[in-house]
Write a protein that binds this ligand. Sequence first.
Ligand SMILES: Nc1ncnc2c1ncn2[C@@H]1O[C@H](COP(=O)(O)OP(=O)(O)OP(=O)(O)O)[C@@H](O)[C@H]1O
Length: 224
Amino acid sequence: MIELSLKKSLSGAEGKIALAISCQIQPGELVGLYGPSGAGKSSVLRMIAGLMRPDEGELRVGEETWISTEKKLFLRPEKRNIGMIFQEYSIFPNMTVYENLVFALDKGQDKGFVDELLVSIGMEKMAGQFPMKLSGGQKQRVALARAMVRKPKILLLDEPLSALDMEMRRSLQEYIVKFHHEYGLTTLLVSHDASEITRMAQRVLVLENGQFSFDGKPEAFFKT
Ligand SMILES: Nc1ncnc2c1ncn2[C@@H]1O[C@H](COP(=O)(O)OP(=O)(O)OP(=O)(O)O)[C@@H](O)[C@H]1O
């Protein structure tokens, strides 16, 4: 279970936001994170990943404490077993698909898992291609596989589909849901797309004015 209670003062073009959020996420949940632009959705993911420090609060994952400002505890990002995908394609252009995946392996980790992932994303025949030759959807499939190489238990997705056309978007949605089930993940998906969240997630957290203003079934929120 992920249990978080975090505070962070954010400041941007539209002024200050006092982010003060708390929630519990059960293992195996696929949760959508929705809210207006600039509400702090990416910041929530970044704090979970260890890429941003909260001003105050606690983050517990299973038996581990990843953040406790009270105990002055902050687990480094590389120690957190997390996979992450962003909107922008984050694969290395100078490496083939295969090399991109192998590069993400832990020291001493078996390369066999890379072959399994290539099959899972339907790209085993494209292992020798460079990203330049791939479509946006294929690049994001590689990014998804790369995020999975170290067998994370948590997958954080920051609008990974928003640069894709509808057909590729649908296809990648299916890959994400498949991976979520196949690898027993707990997944958090930031998206601006109500239909995407409704299709993929069992639960949506709506971030507004620094707080979760809704926590429940996507159908219940988006029908209003
Ligand atoms: N390290 C930081 N410290 C303080 N404020 C920050 C920091 N990083 C980002 N911000 C500000 O926090 C606010 C929320 O940004 P964030 O990217 O988390 O929102 P978002 O909901 O993901 O937005 P979008 O939907 O447009 O991607 C912005 O005003 C941003 O400038």
